[in-house]
Design a protein around this ligand. Structure first.
Ligand SMILES: [Zn+2]
Length: 692
């Protein structure tokens, strides 16, 4: 269906359909995309809006990062071959002109750089060779309604195809309808060039040109040269008729079939079904059965976005056996259990990748509401694979004071040869028990074994800042901006050291009232230790100080605020903790950096807006034809999930959910951001928690 010959639909960014809105359906709009929802009991899980916004922003930022890496390679190669590297750096991404098919996009960066190098420039005022970023393909393994895939096609530059897979014929049918409605179908007329607003300077969106029309060559050059104003008067980016953001030209290809089989078919680095650049795994429950297939199908430097909604298994103490069978490690029962959950998933990814000579680089790892969401880069490299053992290990956690001892499996020994070359050898560790047998060094409590899990960094602060820059420049494109900003700000400052503690929990161990956060932070900073928050829990403190130092803070406090020892039972580990001699000097002088305050409009810790906040039960009513081994736990039919959430049974208190429902019912809610902000500033206690 061509968008240029038909009158515009009443719903923005959609194309008129021959048969109109399907019977018994209503529409739901999210950002650039509108999908059909069944009228009966239709309810979108509001949490997922945030998840999708974040995914769009992260993939956009990763895309920019990868383009920069590829351009550096391209320039280095040019320099080597005597070409003239272009000196003018930092050209705008929208100006980046792409060329060629998607097949080459799936190849390795090096091949890509080579391809780019071999291409002759077709435009430009000078004879300098231009770098043209290759297009990318994204694979969504369990696409359900296709909402996410459509958003990716419209909102991520350089995308050629989003390959949206689902096993269910009914889901695929719904997806085809939604994709067609949004004008981004596989067979819809593709824009030959990425969408670039024509009359962006005067903010006149009505004159925005049809994205299907190719720009003239000299026009493209002009566009590439001049600084562009891509934001309209409403503060939103100027989009094409079907809602493509500048630089975007993506379309959605639908595949009906088994997710793993589809991903395995993209395992080859070359060929018609070559690797894809991004895989998004968002199943209902655990993503474990899809990890092997996903890791194999991602090109080097590519991105894996993965969700696991089985936090009851990954965190807490209930299902260590299930956690082990799904992720290859047991969960950790402590206040930092959600961070351990992320590390369990990363360990699972790292060991899986290692089997194929590949390694992971975590960019962002989030524990959110009732699920974990991780963004991890995949590369091939035997040298890095050797380091996996040193980044993995087990953790011993005290069942009384939650003190933890980590035990990596490997260590790397560096030796300098007589010629001054540093050689690395890979060794195992002494151990495996903690120093003090099986008892806690601090309180004598029993240590419990957890893991193996990933002990390396779980966030890449530089990348987090990159995403912050990305979303701050297009704040209005993201309805859940305050929460995204909060989460990313936390990730950007989070220390790489495993685990954290809270003032409440440690004070409880010795029967002291909780110490003010500033006091604890000052003591740590005055002694030269680093401190940060953790995104995983409000009030959490991450530090590189030893646990003994943290307990010395309590012992110092007890000097002026005596503990009623008679109230503590004989033989309690609390007595051991209190009686222990101090080994550090504690200085409570207020430190200037001791406040980890919020700086702007970020929302750090979302207070659960619904009483029974969490994943809805798996839908039973929707007909899904599930066969073969991917039967249980491995499907996410978002539509089904939405159906299952009966909006009448869920109390809504003026939050995101209401905004979503409002839009479903056709009620315009102007700024959900304000609603979120207001809600979070409601309770003073909550505010204190958030400000940490
Ligand atoms: Zn202990």
């Amino acid at each position: 269906m061509s968008t240029s010959t038909t009158p515009s639909s009443e719903i923005p960014y959609t194309v008129p359909l021959k048969d109109g809105i399907p019977k018994g359906h209503t529409t739901h709009t999210e950002s650039t995309t509108t999908i059909f929802l069944p009228k009966e009991g239709a309810f979108l899980n509001p949490v997922q809006h945030y998840n999708r916004d974040m995914s769009v922003a992260v993939i956009r930022a990763w895309n920019e990062l990868r383009k920069e890496e590829q351009e550096t390679k391209f320039r280095n190669k040019l320099a080597k071959t005597g070409g003239v590297p272009k000196k003018k750096k930092g050209k705008s991404k929208e100006a980046a002109k792409e060329e060629g098919g998607g097949e080459k996009a799936a190849a390795d960066p090096e091949t890509l750089a080579e391809n780019s190098l071999n291409e002759q420039p077709t435009a430009g005022p000078s004879t300098e060779r231009k770098f043209r970023p290759p297009s990318i393909n994204i694979l969504e393994a369990l696409a359900a309604t296709g909402l996410r895939s459509i958003r990716y096609a419209k909102e991520i530059p350089n995308v050629k195809f989003v390959l949206a897979n689902d096993l269910s014929p009914s889901a695929c049918e719904a997806m085809r309808r939604n994709v067609e409605f949004n004008g981004v179908g596989e067979y819809s007329l593709p824009p030959r060039q990425p969408w670039v607003p024509k009359s962006a300077e005067n903010g006149d969106t009505s004159k925005a040109e049809n994205g299907d029309e190719p720009m003239k060559e000299e026009e493209q050059v002009k566009k590439a040269e001049e600084p562009k104003q891509l934001i309209g008067e409403d503060g939103l980016e100027i989009k094409d008729k079907v809602g493509r953001r500048p630089g975007c030209r993506g379309r959605v290809k639908i595949n009906e079939g088994d997710a793993c089989a589809f991903m395995y078919s993209h395992r080859s680095p070359i060929g018609p079904s070559s690797r894809v650049d991004v895989v998004d795994l968002d199943p209902y429950g655990t993503a474990a059965p899809f990890i092997d297939a996903a890791i194999g199908s991602i090109s080097d430097g590519g991105l894996l976005a993965i969700t696991c909604t089985d936090l009851a298994v990954l965190a807490g103490q209930q299902y260590p056996e299930k956690c082990y069978s799904n992720y290859g490690g047991t969960n950790v029962h402590a206040e930092y259990t959600h961070e351990a959950a992320l590390r369990l998933v990363l360990h699972s990814l790292a060991t899986c990748a290692a089997r194929y000579g590949r390694y992971i680089t975590p960019l962002l790892s989030f524990s959110i509401d009732f699920y974990v969401r991780l963004f991890v880069r995949i590369n091939t490299g035997p040298e890095q694979v050797k380091r996996v053992a040193s980044k993995s290990g087990v953790v011993f956690t005290c069942n009384f004071c939650e003190s933890s001892v980590t035990q990596p499996f490997g260590r790397i020994v560096e030796r300098e040869t007589s010629k001054g070359v540093v050689r690395e050898t890979f060794k195992t560790h002494a151990g495996p028990t903690p120093k003090n047998g099986s008892n806690c060094e601090e309180c004598g409590g029993t240590m419990h074994l957890g893991g193996p899990l990933w002990l390396g960094p779980i966030q890449d602060p530089t990348f987090a800042k990159r995403v912050i820059t990305e979303i701050s420049a297009q704040e209005k494109e993201y309805k859940t901006f305050p929460r995204m900003l909060g989460m990313l700000s936390l990730a950007a400052q989070e220390l790489p050291d495993p685990f954290f503690f809270t003032a409440n929990r440690i004070a409880k161990s010795v029967h002291l009232p909780s110490l003010p956060l500033n006091k604890i932070l000052s003591a740590l900073l005055n002694a030269g230790y680093k401190v940060s928050r953790s995104h995983a829990q409000a009030g959490a403190i991450k530090t590189n100080a030893p646990r003994s130092f943290i307990y010395d803070i309590l012992r110092e406090e007890a000097k002026t605020n005596p503990i009623r020892i008679d109230k503590i039972a004989e033989g309690s580990p609390a007595r051991v903790l209190i009686a222990k001699a101090m080994t550090h000097t504690i200085d409570f002088t207020p430190h200037p950096d001791a406040s980890l305050e919020r700086t702007g409009k970020e929302t750090f810790y979302q207070i659960n807006p619904l009483p029974n906040w969490g994943p809805a039960p798996r839908a039973k009513s929707i007909q899904v034809n599930v066969t073969g081994p991917v039967k249980d736990n491995k499907r996410k039919v978002e539509e089904a999930l939405e159906n299952a959430m009966d909006s009448k049974k869920v109390k809504v208190d003026g939050t995101e959910s209401e905004a979503i429902r409002g839009s479903v019912e056709g009620i315009e809610i102007d700024s959900k951001d304000e609603v979120l902000q207001g809600e979070n500033q409601g309770g003073q206690e909550e505010e204190e928690m958030m400000n940490l």
